[in-house]
Design a binder for this molecule. Structure first.
Ligand code: ASP
Ligand code: MG
Length: 405
């Protein structure tokens, strides 16, 4: 019998009427002769609200208590969903992460799943029950409740699909799938039918909100096919799967953008071994995530080094770089918080040439200045002025023929 793991995100279980829609969908899946394991997130903005609540008490709550608090959001969803299914006349049983054997390490707030004891789930599946699991949580081997990081219900779903050898893992959300650009910026953005794990990972890393990255990494490792689709529509969504040769025929699968960028530069450092190690060591020691890095070709023994960070790290980074400037006797540290990043992604870039050149000429035609460039095997990213961003995304989407069928 086919086993399907379904995950419903917070917006799909935000109120009783949505829970009803979800419950009917689950029952329909079971009635078609499948076994069903369901993972749910906390309703709506519950997790944000719980974080806010804790912050009204203290700026630094204990990690253990924070996880104890955050895990309640998902527990609310599983109980309400089980009751909804019961009210519709079907058999279902809800489990917290700990109850269904999700064992993690001890790193609260970002725990890693170490193993899953599936006995209890399998037992209940044999009784033909619908299994409902709280996403985003587990229990450490020290017997404390842990959470898996924001968006962690995706990870619960993929991990369960893997250990239960599910035939498919369906991720239900409030959009119809993954689009080749943000539909709020590009009105004729198109739904992608199939996309590879690596492309999704690059998209998530360059500003597209798709799925939690760790869940995609796990899906890739265990080769789990994921179907991202809408809770509120019968239409097929997007399949995330292993790269297939036909995928390479499409040069660019999608355009991503990210506003939340700051460009910093340290001007006039010595061109000597160990200098950049000092700069980026100082940033990473303080938990600042650096994205793009560009070092100028040294002229007469002096270098400029620029890099991008997220807005949330700006204040902290100004302080750190001020110290670095003094220590390295650099001339100056400058920054601009009015930059954005635009990226094109596609496995087809491996076998097609001229992709980056085409991107640059599309931007040039629109008179958009490129401030920084970075590439991977399947991605080209440019930092541009934030005021040009939406125009750039639309031009690039059109220029690479992503709007037509
Ligand atoms: N409720 C958690 C969050 O908002 C986990 C999830 O939604 O996947 O991050
Ligand atoms: Mg959520």
């Amino acid at each position: 019998m086919v086993l399907i793991v379904q995950k419903y995100g917070g917006s799909s279980v935000a109120n009783i009427s949505k829970l009803n829609t979800v419950a009917k969908r689950i029952i329909g899946t079971k009635k078609r002769g499948n076994r069903v394991v369901v993972v749910v997130s906390a309703p709506g903005d519950t997790t944000d609200e719980l974080i806010e609540l804790a912050s009204e008490i203290t700026a630094s709550p204990e990690d253990r208590e924070m996880d104890m608090l955050l895990a309640t959001g998902e527990q609310k969803s599983i109980a309400l969903l089980a009751m909804t299914i019961h009210a519709l006349g079907e058999d279902a049983i809800s489990f917290t992460g700990p109850q269904c054997g999700i064992i993690t390490d001890v790193s609260h707030g970002k725990a890693k799943i170490s193993n899953i004891n599936t006995a209890r789930i399998e037992n209940e599946l044999k009784k033909r029950k619908i299994i409902i699991v709280a996403g985003f949580q587990g229990i450490s081997h020290e017997d404390n409740i842990t959470t898996l990081g924001r968006g962690g219900s995706d990870l619960t779903a993929v991990a369960l699909a893997s250990v239960l050898r599910a035939d498919v893992c369906e991720i239900y959300t409030d959009v119809e799938g993954i689009f080749n650009a943000d539909p709020r910026v590009v009105p004729d953005a198109r739904k992608i039918e199939r996309i590879s794990y690596d492309e999704i990972l690059e998209m998530a890393g360059s500003g597209s909100q798709v799925m939690q990255s760790r869940s995609i990494e796990v899906a890739k490792k265990y080769n789990i096919n994921i179907h991202v689709r809408s809770t509120f529509s019968k239409k097929e969504g997007t399949i995330i799967c292993k790269e297939a040769p036909m995928m390479e025929e499409v040069v660019v699968a999608g355009v991503s953008h990210e506003k939340d960028n700051v460009k910093m530069a340290i001007i006039g450092v010595k061109d000597r071994p160990g200098i950049v190690a000092k700069i980026f060591g100082a940033l990473s020691d303080n938990g600042v995530n650096v994205d793009m890095i560009v070092q100028s070709s040294a002229i007469s023994g002096v270098n400029d080094v620029s890099f991008t960070i997220k807005h949330k790290d700006l204040k902290k980074s100004i302080k750190i770089m001020d110290k670095v400037k003094k220590a390295l006797k650099a001339k100056q540290v400058i920054y601009s918080d009015k930059v954005a990043k635009i990226s094109i992604i596609g496995v087809g870039m491996k076998s097609h040439s001229g992709v980056a050149a085409k991107l640059f000429s599309i931007l040039a035609d629109k008179n958009i200045n490129i401030q920084m460039i970075a590439t991977s095997e399947i991605r080209v990213s440019c930092v541009i002025d934030v005021k040009d961003m939406e125009r750039a995304v639309r031009a690039v989407h059109k220029g690479f023929g992503l709007s037509k069928k």
